[in-house]
Design a protein around this ligand. Structure first.
Ligand code: AMP
Length: 548
């Protein structure tokens, strides 16, 4: 027997209509670097999104599921694109502006993007790529920047504001199939070509609801979220759509992502929440240590994308800012876990829960798979590869305009689960602790050493700004840890001191004997430690390694 419920498709269009009416007074504030930021209400943003949809259809001829890419910072216009493009039935494709040019070209051609909406300040990046972009017919430019860089380029060039001016403020939004494509992001592609993940209207709708639940980010229209995580990094972790559901105000940093302007915008605009990877919070901490600012409005911060060192959490606790650890991937939309401790605990009892990656919401099923393919118990001890499934988890990668979607064996199990490539344990009460990426685990004499545990312990030393640990070949043990350390300015700790600091916290046989001081840990395009670069530097003899 079927239910008697209405079958209303879960679409971004519904999120847009809801946000611009019910939460019309909520605001998107974009930092301009000038005295006054740009402020727009959700009603304005929704109306401008509607005019953008009209312009894309009537002037640029965007039709069906054509791809419209964005090469933009986090700002109100980018939110307008987030709402307009999926709602009209086209597919939004945010481009990672920190990727090497050849990867960007590959991605745009693979997705067959027909339009690129770009911020003017990014034209120096876009212009040289245009001759190689086979499918791009239109470039729309928004915000300050030198337009002459596009002189003579093949695609037609449009001014964003002129394009949307005088367009109708209504649109006959199509009734879309909730399973159809709404947006796509490519994985960072550490090995092989980047892989496209295509989000559906349904997955975005359900994911947005989860983001808004108290067990996740749990915000409402009294809150303002500072969206530092770029809109090209897994859809800004779902925030631009989730905010339109519940009227959460957005503070968008645009291109002002350095610690000093971030500290200034927090002190002035007083966001109650923020989201970003650990390196952003490390940088901000160093900034406010040198030049104190009041960050205490940020009652909660969602930190994820890479393991959060417990020492960082402690440092922010002292500033009145609570970091809440989250885990996710491009393939998981990204919300996979969040580390809110169970109710009724004292701060001391909460701590062991806060330093985990967190627990799974109802929409994410999880299992751990052991080396022999067996399903492992949730006992807090059995370590295996995490596999997940759920309505906002990818079941395949995009095959490209001409190809078929594909499911590589190392990413998808035969029975349809996503193989995350993350190794960890799950406690009896469902909290996930990740010890490593499968490819980062250090296999020493048949035993595993967690690079993350060593890094966390090192980053708790007061002299250490950053530390990354990688596996390097070893004649006797097959692999051993190499600790690369960035000292804080003026700090003097040496290897003996750091090794002594680790002893007692880390089993003796796991202590690194190879050490290198480096000026900064190399970072990926989304600000995570790039361990493959360190491994290569070591292999190429570029690191000054001390062994003792
Ligand atoms: P991406 O798709 O580029 O965002 O990368 C996803 C990967 O980032 C995951 O598979 C994890 O390896 C890593 N990651 C994300 N969040 C965390 C976290 N809280 N702790 C440790 N690793 C994380």
């Amino acid at each position: 027997m079927l239910s008697t419920m209405q079958d209303v498709p879960l679409t971004v269009t519904r999120i847009l209509k809801h946000g611009m009416t019910i939460h019309g007074r909520s605001q998107v504030t974009t930092w301009t670097g000038e005295e006054e930021p740009q402020r727009r209400t959700f009603a304005d943003v929704g109306e401008r999104a509607t005019r953008l949809a009209n312009a894309l259809r009537d002037e640029l001829g965007v039709d069906g599921d054509q791809r419209v890419a964005t090469l933009m910072w986090n700002n109100a216009e980018h939110v307008e694109a987030y709402l307009a493009i999926p709602s009209m039935g086209a597919v939004l494709h945010p481009l990672n502006l920190r990727l090497p040019p050849e990867q960007l070209v590959w991605i745009v051609n693979h997705a067959a993007d027909r339009v690129v909406i770009a911020n003017g300040s990014l034209l120096p990046l876009l212009a040289p790529l245009l001759p190689h972009l086979k499918t791009v017919e239109h470039v729309v430019v928004s915000g300050p920047g030198d337009r002459s860089l596009l002189d003579g380029c093949a695609p037609r060039v449009h001014e964003y504001e002129e394009l949307i001016a005088d367009r109708p403020t209504t649109y006959a939004w199509p009734e879309l199939d909730e399973r159809s494509a709404a947006a796509m992001c490519y994985t960072s592609g550490t090995t092989g070509d980047p892989k496209g993940v295509v989000y559906s209207h349904r997955s975005i709708y359900l994911h947005s609801m989860q983001v808004n639940m108290a067990e996740s980010m749990g915000l409402n229209d009294k809150d303002t979220t500072l969206v530092v995580v770029p809109q090209f990094h897994v859809m800004a972790w779902g925030l631009p759509h989730a905010t339109f559901m519940t009227g959460i105000n957005m503070l968008m940093p645009d291109r002002f992502l350095q610690p000093a302007p971030l500290a200034e915008m927090i002190e002035r605009e007083k966001p109650t929440h923020a989201a970003a990877v650990p390196t952003i919070w490390q940088g901000l901490l160093a900034e406010v240590t040198a030049n104190p600012r009041d960050l205490s409005s940020m009652a909660s911060v969602t930190i994820g994308g890479a393991a959060c060192p417990p020492a960082l959490m402690e440092a922010y606790d002292k500033l009145g800012v609570r970091l809440c650890h989250a885990w996710g991937m491009t393939e998981t939309s990204p919300l996979g876990t969040m580390a809110h401790p169970p109710a009724g605990l004292t701060p001391e009892e909460e701590w062991p829960y806060r330093v985990t990656q967190g627990r799974f919401p109802a929409g994410v099923e999880a299992r751990l798979i052991g080396p022999g393919g067996e399903v492992l118990p949730w006992d807090g001890e059995s370590a295996g590869e995490l596999e997940v499934r759920g309505p906002w988890i990818a079941g395949a990668y995009y095959g490209g305009a001409a190809g078929e979607d594909f499911r590589p064996d190392d990413k998808f199990s035969e029975d349809g689960w996503l193989k995350t490539g993350d190794i960890g344990v799950i406690s009896t009460d469902g909290f996930l602790t990740l010890t490593d990426r499968a490819k980062d685990v250090i296999k020493s004499g048949g035993e595993w050493i967690s690079s993350v545990e060593l890094e966390n312990a090192l980053m708790a030393h007061p002299d250490v700004a950053e530390a990354a640990v990688v596996a390097v070949p070893d004649d006797r043990w097959s692999e051993r840890p190499l600790a690369t350390v960035v000292l804080k300015e003026g700090a003097t700790a040496d290897y003996e001191e750091l090794r002594a600091f680790l002893a007692g916290k880390i089993a003796k046989w796991q202590l690194p004997e190879r050490w290198a001081m480096i000026p900064a840990v190399p970072k990926t395009s989304v600000g995570k430690f790039d361990k493959k670069v360190i491994r290569k530097q070591y292999a190429d003899g570029e690191l000054d390694v001390t062994k003792f």
